[in-house]
Ligand binder design. Structure first.
Ligand SMILES: [Zn+2]
Length: 261
């Protein structure tokens, strides 16, 4: 057993007993961890709001040996991202982020890049919900969705599934951006010939392909306002690719599609 201090995001919390809770935490140093918080259900517990969904905390964990849950001994709120609750699209985007991290990453597989990107996304969405941006509703929606696309792109890349966008994943010929399809099974674009036999593939526009290619490198400002048509297409690309890789459709996708984010 050892005491470890780290930072975490709360991905899920379930009641465990009369007084305790089990929290699924995404930590900077240990990746996904499930920890028991004794006294976590008491009204004025030492954890206060630290176990609320998507709260960013400084925590101390008592690491147990294999087979038993770690024990959460301290949790101090660093940011509750209160603005998320003021914008439904921001809230749905953040729940989707939590669903991907909770259901699609392995326990004890730390990734500081994903951790930091999740923090950036939650902070941006929370600030948008707080009305700090001065953007109108449609601009906010486009901005929320761009930040989410970037998070998805980086998550995919870090997990080893960065989409191939330059060469056909079937025949390795250089892709013609004005005439190609996206293939979840291939993990990237496919030429018209190769996409015929691939039932997962669907045609995509050169505009969407261009935005997709810039998500990992350029600053976000370049494409701040993605037109509705491209947002829908990018949502389809990420939604189908993530669904294919996870082996099931994320629950929150329906809400994202309904909100055009
Ligand atoms: Zn091909």
């Amino acid at each position: 057993m050892s005491l470890e201090k780290t930072e975490s995001l709360v991905l899920r919390t379930v009641d465990w007993s009369e007084t305790s809770r089990i929290s699924t935490l995404w930590t900077r140093d240990f990746g996904k961890v499930r920890a028991l918080a004794k006294g976590g259900r008491r009204l004025k517990s030492s954890f206060e709001n630290a176990l609320d969904l998507l709260t960013y905390c400084s925590i101390v964990l008592l690491r147990k040996t294999s087979g038993t849950l770690d024990l959460l001994t301290e949790a101090q709120v660093l940011d509750g991202f209160s603005g998320l609750r003021k914008d439904l699209n921001a809230l749905h985007a953040s729940y989707y982020l939590a669903e991907l991290l909770s259901d699609w990453t392995e326990d004890y597989d730390p990734n500081p890049v994903i951790f930091d990107q999740a923090l950036v996304a939650l902070k941006t969405w929370s600030d948008l919900g707080d009305g700090k941006s001065g953007l109108d509703q449609e601009e906010r929606r486009a901005w929320i969705s761009l930040v989410l696309f970037r998070f998805e792109f980086i998550l995919l890349s870090e997990l080893g599934f960065r989409p191939e966008l330059k060469m056909c994943t079937g025949c390795s010929e250089v892709a013609d951006v004005s005439n190609c399809a996206f293939s979840p099974a291939g993990g990237g674009v496919k030429c018209p010939t190769c996409s015929v036999a691939d039932r997962t593939s669907f045609k995509i526009s050169s505009e969407s392909l261009g935005i997709l290619g810039s998500l990992g490198s350029e600053t976000l400002e370049t494409h701040k306002i993605i037109p509705l048509q491209q947002r829908k297409e990018l949502r389809k690309i990420f939604g189908r690719y993530v669904t294919y890789l996870m082996g099931r459709r994320p629950k929150l996708l329906t809400y994202l599609e309904a909100g055009c984010i």
